[in-house]
Ligand binder design. Structure first.
Ligand code: FUB
Ligand code: ZN
Length: 645
């Protein structure tokens, strides 16, 4: 079994990822604090342009007067922000930021009730409904995120108050939920408490938290009617009910059957994947075979039938949900940033149980593409939904696609994604090295300029590289132990220390370096050819279409770079292979542009329908940028899957 390394044990340097971690520290976190504190004037997509999230806490703490404002889960914005700060401080200590965050911790402590309960929505607005609307109340979702935040913040600072907040939350949840009589025999409609409890258990060793997680995963769906009965009871008691309009609530809430019996990812994508991550992490700790079996099937389903090429997940905005196998429409998708983040969590927890390369591949896909596109290059504008294709004028009148935007706003009334982006990208060094102490081995999962010392100080690994801008990575391995270096599928003509890699040198996707009280160098050079990607024929949305990938980056075309209408371009596999690349320092930063000599119809009439067209083509250049960089220059149209000639 593998173990996560403490974040401060992996030092990242280099241009690409470390720049992002800096951006989060210097731009995203300060900006988000201002939003949460209502100090930003031009905030978008909020009814009265205020988040009110910290003010809700002040009111609950008796430090201010007023009413609760915002979503029932508005508190979670603060918690994910604090989580991001905790991660950031672990890798980049900052006294001023810590002082600001300490005050937020004080505020949370002041808002928390003596019995450990904390949820400003229910404390201020609906005390009668505490734990009575698990279907949509999000109390344990908020407390789950709070536990996660407390753990990261404690790791960064040793702040005792934050640990005490977490302890009280755990006791509170324990006192209310469980199989015992008098306790609630159900769990939250939105999973996350599972992850929060497990992270608390990992930090403190408190077995109670592990048992509680087992309960929350076991009870979900045990009575698939649980949420309906809850609603019914509220109706009978004349209490306000609130429920999103979804045809099948139990599926939406991932509770149509117990998780251990689930085999297909269904319902709300973020809920489902947080649940999957919680299940995998539980199986990691308690070796529950049934839960792990379910995880394997759910993994196979999401990774092989329901994931976009960018690592986006969730094919419809209706219920922000998964749909059927291979249903991956490009224009009407959802691909919520939080869903890709949850997929990374799931993948990493599966990887720690069984270090298959396929999990790292998905992590990489999400990080470089689907998640990274979740924020603008200035770090202060965010996508909630990440389109795979957009023709802004075309969707303008289509109310069925109201969730799709071609610009990133700086905030949302439902602001789950922005702080989730901050905490995830801000802690991406988590995924570079993972030790397996029993086998004296460290897995090096990503090519990133970085260094670490693992296996109780016995083994140090350094990657010297300018990747993704250059295709060489020098691994310097010192001490005693083994490093398994992942060789990604997109790296071709790989040579190590000048020798071509043979099939025997790479086993299950890894190249192995073993040292015995010595230093070895494995100097990787490789090509990252431009690849024409085809989807499984079952993905009808991508029939006769080609996507372009180079290295870990999926590419897209934007209307700002192309005079011709993007849908006019026709590509062949050879055109793609012959693409040329130019790394440009431009308004997008240092970005590798691709140019493909594609075709467009000659003298295209632009008629709605052609009858017996005598189609002739002429060459036209199609310019592409990495998907993560799209929507930073006001483009109105964007495409990932291009028409094939
Ligand atoms: O329900 C809380 C969050 O809001 C979910 O995770 C997101 O999908 C959004 O619905
Ligand atoms: Zn979100």
């Amino acid at each position: 079994m593998l173990r996560e390394l403490p974040l401060n044990q992996v030092k990242m340097t280099g241009k690409f990822w470390d720049n992002y971690v800096e951006l989060i520290k210097n731009a995203t976190i300060p900006f988000q604090y201002k939003v949460l504190n209502d100090d930003v004037d031009d905030i978008e997509y909020l009814r009265d342009r205020k988040s009110h999230a910290l003010e809700n806490m002040r009111i609950a703490a008796g430090l201010s007067q007023g009413e609760h404002h915002g979503m029932s889960f508005q508190d979670s914005d603060v918690y994910k922000w604090l989580d991001a700060v905790g991660c950031s401080l672990q890798v980049k200590p900052d006294k001023e930021l810590q002082e600001t965050a300490d005050k937020v911790v004080d505020l949370i402590a002041a808002a928390q009730q003596a019995d450990g309960y904390i949820d400003t929505y229910f404390q201020l607005k609906e005390p009668r409904l505490k734990y009575r609307m698990m279907y949509l109340g999000h109390e344990l979702y908020c407390m789950g995120h709070l536990l996660e935040a407390c753990v990261e913040y404690y790791k960064a600072t040793g702040n005792q108050k934050v640990l005490e907040i977490a302890r009280k939350v755990v006791d509170q949840v324990d006192s209310k939920f469980g199989y015992e009589e008098g306790k609630i025999h159900g769990s939250d409609g939105h999973p996350v408490i599972e992850l929060g409890l497990l992270k608390y258990y990992e930090l403190t060793g408190d077995e109670k938290a592990l048992r509680m997680c087992e309960f929350h995963i076991d009870i979900r769906g045990k009575d698939p009617d649980f949420y309906n009965k809850e609603m019914q009871r509220n109706i009978e008691d004349n209490l306000p009910i609130d429920m999103v309009d979804v045809a099948d609530k139990t599926e939406y809430l991932c509770a149509y059957t117990q998780p251990k019996n689930q085999r297909e990812v269904k319902g709300h994508a973020v809920r489902m994947l947080y649940l999957c991550a919680g299940m995998a992490r539980l199986a990691y700790h308690n070796h529950d075979k049934e839960v792990y079996e379910a995880c394997l099937a759910l993994w196979d389903n999401v990774a092989n039938k329901k994931m976009y090429i960018t690592g986006g997940v969730g094919s419809t905005g209706i219920g922000e949900a998964f749909t059927g196998n291979y249903d991956l429409p490009n224009e009407s998708m959802y691909c919520e940033t939080c869903a890709s983040i949850a997929l990374v969590f799931f993948a990493y927890d599966m990887f720690k149980i069984d270090p298959k390369e396929e999990y790292l591949e998905v992590i990489e896909r999400c990080l470089y593409n689907g998640i990274l596109a979740g924020a603008s290059l200035d770090g202060v504008h965010f996508f909630y939904v990440n389109p795979m294709e957009i023709h802004a004028d075309m969707i303008a009148g289509n109310k069925n696609l109201y969730w799709i935007k071609h610009i990133r706003p700086n905030w949302y009334s439902c602001a789950c994604c922005p702080p989730n982006f901050a905490r995830t990208i801000g802690s991406m060094n988590r995924y570079i090295y993972t030790p397996d102490a029993e086998n004296n081995t460290v897995y090096a999962g990503l090519f990133v300029e970085s260094e670490t010392t693992a296996l109780d100080g016995k083994l140090s690994i350094k990657q010297e590289t300018a990747f993704p801008y250059e295709n060489t990575v020098k691994f310097i391995v010192k001490g005693t132990g083994t490093v398994k270096i992942r060789v990604p599928f997109w790296a071709k003509d790989v040579k190590v220390n000048g020798e071509a890699l043979c099939c025997n040198c790479v086993k299950d996707g890894y190249y192995t370096v073993t040292v015995n009280d010595e230093e070895k160098v494995a100097d990787f050079t490789f090509e990252t050819p431009v690849m024409a990607v085809k989807a499984n024929p079952m993905v009808t949305a991508d029939a006769n279409r080609i996507a372009v990938q180079k290295g870990p980056f999926v590419y897209c075309a934007e209307s700002v770079d192309n005079e011709k209408t993007l849908t006019d371009f026709r590509l062949t596999v050879d055109d793609v292979k012959n693409a040329t690349m130019e790394v440009a320092d431009c308004e997008l930063g240092t970005v590798p542009f691709l140019t493909i000599n594609a075709k467009v119809e000659k003298g295209c009439t632009k008629r709605l329908y052609h009858y017996n067209p005598e189609t002739e083509y002429e060459t036209a250049q199609l310019k592409l940028i990495p998907y993560y960089a799209w929507a930073n220059r006001g483009a109105k149209d964007m495409m990932v899957w291009f028409h094939q000639l």
